[in-house]
Ligand binder design. Structure first.
Ligand code: ATP
Ligand code: MG
Length: 214
């Protein structure tokens, strides 16, 4: 409810969901690019408890991933972290998260869900994706693996079919992935400059990604 003289101020909030196992400079870079391009007030990082798409996959304990996400974002006043998915039982469905966020930011926020192009290509596998398109906008950031035509076709299709609002953010491709960082760590190779310094230190301190399971 607005007080006298107050101007209605719609907050523009980016959401970056992921497994963040571990968080890396690619994640931070796409958040920064979305922040700049869309003039967002804030980007909320949301580590998942369990990705519905990685149910059979071994993932590092949630508290490690949460702490690393906090460490990586500590020096950016516009990056925040919420443990809401980690605190919720069961697999983390984005549609549940959006319902929860709508309750926490009543009426005065518009949400931009930030994803890499790999994630957008698979969006129709998501629970409640049609409703998601009604509730939030998408900011898709280019990532290697798909050419521009494939991505453009997909965006057009989702717009026509579901009225999806999808903004494309073109960025210099960064070939950084958590998979590669886990692999490099496991092989004793350097991950310096792929992750923030604190993340490298955290990984070393806790001996993460050293087992041969992957
Ligand atoms: P993994 O290899 O384990 O899948 P990842 O590097 O893809 O890890 P996720 O936590 O799966 O990281 O990704 C979270 C979000 O960040 C997704 O939307 C993904 O597309 C995006 N993303 C991650 N790395 C990049 C990158 N280098 N460029 C663009 N988008 C990225
Ligand atoms: Mg991924």
């Amino acid at each position: 409810i607005l007080k006298k003289g107050e101007v209605s101020q719609i907050k523009r909030i980016g959401i970056l969901g992921g497994t963040f196992d571990p968080i890396h400079n690619g994640h931070l870079f796409i958040a920064e690019m979305a922040l700049e391009d869309l003039q967002l007030d804030e980007v909320v990082f949301i580590p998942n408890r369990r990705s519905p798409h990685k149910l059979g996959v071994q993932v590092t304990e949630a508290y490690h991933r949460l702490i690393m996400t906090e460490i990586a974002t500590i020096d950016n006043g516009k990056f925040t972290v919420t443990p809401m998915e980690i605190q919720r039982e069961g697999p983390s469905y984005t549609i549940d998260t959006i319902h929860q966020l709508h309750k926490e930011f009543p009426e005065n926020a518009s949400f931009y869900f930030i994803t890499g192009s790999d994630v957008l290509m698979d969006i129709q596998l998501w629970r409640g994706y049609r409703e998601l398109f009604q509730l939030i906008k998408f900011a898709v950031v280019t990532r290697g693996g798909f050419n521009n035509t494939e991505l453009e076709d997909k965006i057009l299709y989702l717009k026509n079919q579901y009225g999806a609002e999808i903004l494309k953010i073109k960025i210099p491709n960064l070939e950084i992935s958590s998979t590669d960082i886990r692999k490099r760590t496991n092989e004793g190779k350097s991950i310096k400059y792929l992750v923030p310094e604190g993340i490298g230190a955290y990984i070393r301190k806790h001996g993460l990604y050293l087992s041969q399971e992957e």
